[in-house]
Design a protein around this ligand. Structure first.
Ligand SMILES: [Zn+2]
Length: 237
């Protein structure tokens, strides 16, 4: 199910860009029912109104900050495809996040990109160490860490020593706005398709469900496959 949801979003972008641009070599085919399921998931969990409050004509930091982590990764991969890179997504990271491998030439990895969705805390050295290790394993000299949030000063210093480019939320907003207007708009439509707010379970790749704790009524996101899967995310809703 996860793969189909992922692919459905890809399919949407392919339609949007059919003639001008053909991105997403990593997930070219999608079952025809996937798009319907995507829309159904939007209606089911009541997130439609929340999604509708975002401007769908121009990129904003507000949108980037609210994108759920999986959609943020997809946006990052799609952005690099828009720049002309071939991308490969590897599902090998411990936390369920993907590794985005950029190939300037076919089948030759040249850059590794890790994406981190918005967090109230600034990104420190930990995720950069993970990226550096991934670069070493792949024998790639260049890495990029993209976030919709911000970095600590220590992270900035570490990145400078390790050939890692840091792109924070403001930087990403600038880059998206600088794309050719048609590509930029198509990317925005892709990013805002369906439910782009509800987090995806890292283990099951399914959209999570809003729940409340029994004691205290604290809201949180839980997996649809509970109790088999016990993944949760905190929620401010
Ligand atoms: Zn799960």
């Amino acid at each position: 199910m996860g793969q189909s949801e992922h692919s459905s979003a890809v399919q949407i972008l392919k339609h949007a860009l059919e003639t001008a641009w053909s991105p997403f070599a990593w997930a070219a085919s999608a079952p025809s029912s996937a798009l319907r399921r995507y829309r159904a998931s939007l209606a089911d969990n009541g997130q439609a109104a929340a999604c509708a409050r975002f401007d769908n004509r121009k990129w904003t930091l507000d949108l980037l900050k609210h994108l759920e982590w999986r959609r943020f990764e997809e946006l990052c991969a799609a952005y690099y495809e828009a720049l002309g890179f071939r991308t490969r997504l590897l599902h090998e990271r411990a936390d369920g996040a993907v590794e985005i491998v950029l190939c300037a030439e076919p089948d030759r990895a040249s850059v590794i990109v890790h994406a981190k969705a918005w967090d109230a805390y600034r990104i420190g050295i930990g995720p950069l160490r993970e990226l550096r290790d991934a670069m070493a394993i792949a024998s790639v000299r260049k890495g990029v860490l993209v976030t919709s949030g911000r970095f600590t000063r220590e992270a900035v210093n570490f990145a400078a020593q390790e050939h890692i480019q840091l792109i924070d939320g403001a930087g990403l907003l600038e880059k998206l706005s600088e794309l050719n207007p048609e590509k930029s708009l198509a990317l925005l439509q892709f990013t805002m398709q369906g439910d782009f707010l509800t987090p995806t379970c890292p283990a099951c790749s399914a959209k999570m469900i809003s729940r409340r704790s029994i004691q205290g009524g604290r809201p949180y996101w839980g997996c649809v496959n509970y109790p088999r899967c016990k993944h949760t995310f905190s929620s401010t809703a």
